[in-house]
Ligand binder design. Sequence first.
Ligand code: DC
Length: 208
Amino acid sequence: MIIAIDGPAASGKGTLGKRLAAHYKLRHLDTGLLYRAVAKALLDAGHPPSDRARAIAAAQAIDPARFDEAALKQYEVGEAASVVSAIPEVRAALFNLQQEFAAAPPGAVLDGRDIGTVICPNAEVKIFVTASAEQRARRRTLELQGRGERADEAAVLADILARDQRDRSRAAAPLLQAADAHLLDTTHLDIDAAFRAAVAIVEAARAG
Ligand code: DC
């Protein structure tokens, strides 16, 4: 079984993906980490994320086995990832890796922006996770503060709105709800309630 989860920044799709994978004993790939790794390679070398040639070369060279997830989850890496992910050749360089991950038995949960539309259009279950921008900003601020990072909620909200706009309006594989994806709005749900709602979607899809 392949479960495709898409949604905007800080919608909770990563946490849901992890829990669904554990529940159904599937492998899990947070595809945002791939774009974050490309962005971090550029930032670490002192190059802007808009440097196309270097971003493409970095995408061709990434090795998920060596990812430092905590470092990739840093705020500025996410912002830079949104920039490199708009480069079509970067997306193309990461395409096979994602498809191969999804295809290997016993199946997988992938979360990102274009899983249900581009990477796994034939996934058995597609969930589009969303929440209001204000709620996502609140959650992301608390998460950053919990990690000891300085975060101002108004600034985080402004960044989330800008990132939504960039991820939705780019020409290459924009953030989009697939026609056959189930919408899961977590604005008023805590993580346990969101997980139960996601399991209900999976069970209904499996029952046909
Ligand atoms: O989900 P995230 O915050 O880790 O993603 C970081 C950026 O990577 C996001 O702003 C857009 C990009 N991304 C993408 O374009 N396609 C994906 N499948 C996953 C992430």
